[in-house]
Design a protein around this ligand. Structure first.
Ligand SMILES: Nc1ncnc2c1ncn2[C@@H]1O[C@H](COP(=O)(O)OP(=O)(O)O)[C@@H](O)[C@H]1O
Ligand SMILES: [Mg+2]
Length: 248
């Protein structure tokens, strides 16, 4: 039996007196596309941060392909195959799209970054950067500076950055947030077109996007899992309709 891509056991995260994540256990199979939904403040982002190592949990454990990574730093988890979207603040606005990707490739690789060497002096990395931009539909914009991108295009660049490290498991926290309906459709199509061997764990507020992409859906409410099932099961569940859609 192959171990699951992600296994979370009795994970708890407290902030002061608040239990943002309250004893969550879940398992995501290799190659699965899992979507987490739940109202604002349910603990989704905190759970993500504990899995990827941005935050350390108050209790519980996290395993990646059967290996306990609970005590490992985020950078070690990245090296072992966990990828996540970078906050856009990590992007250098004055550099071009391609330069940003090359810098990220230097950062994740073993290669030493020589300060006085121009980013353009890494032709192999530039080639990989252009491939990455091609994947997210930004190849034409490669040499423009990031500050000229629209908000939606920045989100596409974030996705390219996340894919840069060749993740085995990719974590996306509301990749469509703040996008226009057109951009939303574009990004969700891009996510849907990712290779199936990348395990995907995604937080998504938009139910159409969530249910369209997910193999399985996990519903969080007040730090706990209230339901896990197929998109159809989740959609049909009255309790989910109450807490999530706010129907009385
Ligand atoms: N760094 C923090 N310090 C204190 N409270 C936090 C922190 N991060 C999140 N919280 C609280 O934890 C709860 C869950 O937040 P979050 O994980 O962001 O929820 P979601 O992503 O589902 O909207 C919220 O009540 C939020 O205010
Ligand atoms: Mg959140």
């Amino acid at each position: 039996m192959t171990p699951p891509a992600i296994e979370v056991g009795a994970l708890t995260k407290e902030f002061g007196g608040l239990r943002a994540v309250d004893g969550i256990s879940l398992s995501v199979a290799t190659g699965e596309r899992r979507v987490l939904i739940g109202p604002n403040g349910a603990g989704k982002t905190t759970l993500f941060h504990c899995i990827t190592g941005t935050l350390s949990p108050s209790a519980g454990r996290v395993a990646l392909f059967g290996r306990d990574v609970t005590a490992l730093a985020e950078s070690r988890r990245t090296a072992l195959g966990m990828g996540r979207t970078f906050q856009i603040s990590n992007v250098f606005a004055n550099l071009s799209l391609a330069e940003n990707l090359v810098l990220a490739l230097i950062g994740t690789g073993r290669r030493k970054w020589i300060m006085h060497r121009p980013v353009g002096a890494y032709p192999d990395l530039r080639r990989r950067a252009l491939e990455g931009l091609e994947h997210v539909g930004l190849r034409q914009r490669a040499d423009e500076s990031v500050k000229h991108l629209s908000y939606g295009e920045r989100r596409q660049l974030e996705l390219a950055l996340a894919l840069n490290s060749n993740p085995k498991v990719l974590f996306l926290d509301e990749p469509c947030a703040g996008l226009s309906p057109g951009e939303r459709q574009r990004i969700s199509k891009m996510i849907g077109a990712l290779p199936r061997d990348i395990t995907l764990v995604m937080i998504e507020h938009d139910m159409d996007v969530a249910l369209g992409l997910a193999d399985r859906v996990t519903v969080l409410h007040r730090g706990r899992i209230i339901l896990e099932g197929s998109p159809a099961e989740v959609q049909a569940n009255p309790e989910v309709r109450d807490v999530y859609f706010g129907h009385v």
